[in-house]
Design a protein around this ligand. Structure first.
Ligand SMILES: [Zn+2]
Length: 160
């Protein structure tokens, strides 16, 4: 779908905001009735909160926006495959459709390591569209880590 690419592009813009803040570039938007109602980007280093993942922040903002924990008519777009925590939040908020960019072989729970979003044993399932604009989303991440490694090599004392 054309709209999917449009909204993923907006999630990529969010990821760029994360990168500008020195964070790993991951971004998310939540769409209802073809309109973005919430967005978020990774802020883990800034907030020092383990829950500050892009899609987790976006879900909390969308909850606030609609005044409900249920996001039944919404779609979530995120540049990186959701981790177990975020997949859990997707199930808990009843989001019916998730579109993601790059796969995460180390934490992905929307197909890579587990498929939490499409398991009959849970009381909710989401449609998953994997790998949309995968290259752009993945390249953003690999470039970020390449730069980080180069910086560390140059100045090993700033090890964290
Ligand atoms: Zn997450």
């Amino acid at each position: 779908m054309k709209e999917d690419q449009w909204f993923m592009q907006l999630a990529i813009e969010e990821a760029k905001k994360a990168e500008a803040a020195g964070e790993v570039p991951i971004g998310a938007v939540i769409v209802k009735d073809n309109e973005v109602i919430a967005s978020g980007f990774n802020l883990r280093e800034t907030s020092q909160l383990a829950s500050s993942h892009a899609e987790f922040i976006a879900i909390e903002r969308a909850n606030e926006h609609v005044g409900s924990w249920r996001l039944e008519d919404c779609s979530l777009y995120v540049t990186l495959e959701p981790c177990p925590m975020c997949a859990g939040a997707i199930l808990q908020s009843r989001i019916p459709r998730v579109v993601y960019g790059a796969k995460d072989p180390k934490a992905g729970c929307a197909g890579s390591l587990y498929q939490l979003l499409n398991d009959d044993r849970f009381n909710h399932k989401a449609e998953v569209v994997p790998g949309l604009m995968e290259e752009t989303c993945g390249e953003m991440l690999s470039q970020f880590f390449r730069k980080l490694r180069a910086k560390k090599k140059k100045n090993p004392s700033t090890n964290n």
